[in-house]
Design a protein around this ligand. Structure first.
Ligand code: SF4
Ligand code: SF4
Length: 373
């Protein structure tokens, strides 16, 4: 005789069973605040590191210009040269040589890729300085409009594809169009060698057009939360694609879920967490806002694949993000993959002649440069 199938639990029975587990009021708020504060602490620490690097870099350029060749350049500034880093990545794949022109940039790119593959897009929501700025602008918008503005799906989907188009453009240009010779020439070009100084000068002397573009992005980020991250950032697009492979995913246990939809309401990426079993979306940044908002602590968690089902608590997840990214930087420093081969003498010479046409962007044209360049 076939075994009788179990009678499905009614919603009322489920709510009665879970009632003792459901957090309410102060208990739920305190659980939420703990996770939010944990992430905010990591974000603020990362922002402080970036500001400190920026301050030291500006001071270093000033000292070079004043003839002081003994001050140290902060290599972390190369994190702001993602295209140069992507070109170094191709060179590394192709030749096995880890370019020493901007090695820290390549290390940072590799560590961001590593977090993407292992820990979802945690780089975006825990480490990236643009991420915390976007969140602050989004919270200004929430206060102004007293709600989270959501674009209609018909607009949201095509806009989200823009960042993938930008990523495809860069990947095609670097991995398909450029020849190996052009890759080497670019890496050792005068333009690339002082790309960090040129970036600093760009921000120090913003043109009115650049200012207008920045202002438009700020306004759009207030009106439409995470406008830059969600629609335009090719770095985020790359991490989003890689994050599909991440073994850790937000996982909902249906038998523990009371269908309150608080998780979906809290999700800044607009993911329907309350309907998913495992959140596989490329938009999930591992911010844990959904986990923090869930009133049943066992219903929604960051978990390893279903066959092992190990819960990764927020503090452990934060520890993994910090250990992987900042620990990776320490390993690169010890292994000698952090500091540039360019000497302060060479930097001083190049900074002195930075208005020379050989430091202008090639706009796709890569001229071969001689050893004296
Ligand atoms: S699903 Fe959860 S962890 Fe992922 S983005 Fe949404 S709130 Fe953050
Ligand atoms: S998983 Fe989402 S819908 Fe289910 S109880 Fe938690 S917050 Fe509510």
């Amino acid at each position: 005789m076939p075994a009788a199938s179990p009678i499905p639990e009614t919603r009322a029975e489920k709510l009665a069973r879970l009632k003792p587990l459901v957090l309410k009021g102060a208990a739920l708020r305190s659980r939420r605040r703990r996770t939010e504060n944990l992430r905010l602490a990591v974000q603020l620490a990362s922002l402080a590191v970036v500001l400190w690097i920026g301050y030291r870099f500006v001071a270093w350029v000033g000292r070079l210009e004043a003839g002081d060749l003994d001050s140290a350049r902060p290599p972390g500034v190369e994190g702001f040269l993602p295209i140069s880093s992507l070109i170094s990545l191709r060179h590394w794949f192709e030749s096995g040589e880890f370019s020493r022109v901007h090695p820290a940039g390549l290390v940072i790119l590799l560590l961001a890729i590593g977090t993407g593959v292992l820990l979802k897009k945690a780089f975006c929501s825990w480490i990236c300085p643009v991420g915390i700025v976007s969140e602050s602008l989004a919270s200004v918008g929430r206060r102004l409009f007293r709600r989270r503005v959501k674009l209609p799906r018909g607009l949201d989907y095509p806009l989200r594809s823009l960042k993938y188009l930008l990523l495809a453009f860069f990947a095609y240009s670097i991995f398909v169009v450029m020849t190996p010779g052009e890759i080497v020439t670019f890496l050792h070009s005068p333009y690339n060698k002082v790309a960090d100084v040129k970036m600093m000068l760009f921000f120090a002397h913003l043109t009115s057009f650049a200012l207008k573009v920045l202002a438009v992005l700020v306004v759009l980020s207030v009106v439409v939360p995470y406008f830059w991250c969600r629609f335009l950032c090719p770095y985020g697009a790359l991490l989003g694609l890689l994050s599909l492979a991440s073994p850790l995913k937000i996982t909902r246990t249906a038998s523990q879920c009371i269908d309150c939809a608080l998780c979906a309401k809290a999700c800044p990426a607009g993911i329907g967490v309350d309907r998913a079993q495992r959140v596989r979306s490329d938009e999930c940044t591992g911010c844990l806002s959904c986990v923090a908002a869930c009133p049943v602590p066992t219903a929604l968690q960051m978990e390893t694949p279903t066959r092992w089902r190990r819960v990764v608590r927020p503090t452990v997840f934060a520890g993994l993000v910090v250990a992987l990214f900042y620990g990776g930087i320490q390993v690169a420093k010890i292994a000698g993959y952090w500091k540039t081969e360019i000497t302060n003498e060479e930097f001083a010479r190049r900074v002195g002649e930075i208005d020379d046409p050989k430091y202008h962007h090639g706009r796709g044209e890569i001229e071969p440069y001689g050893p004296e360049d």
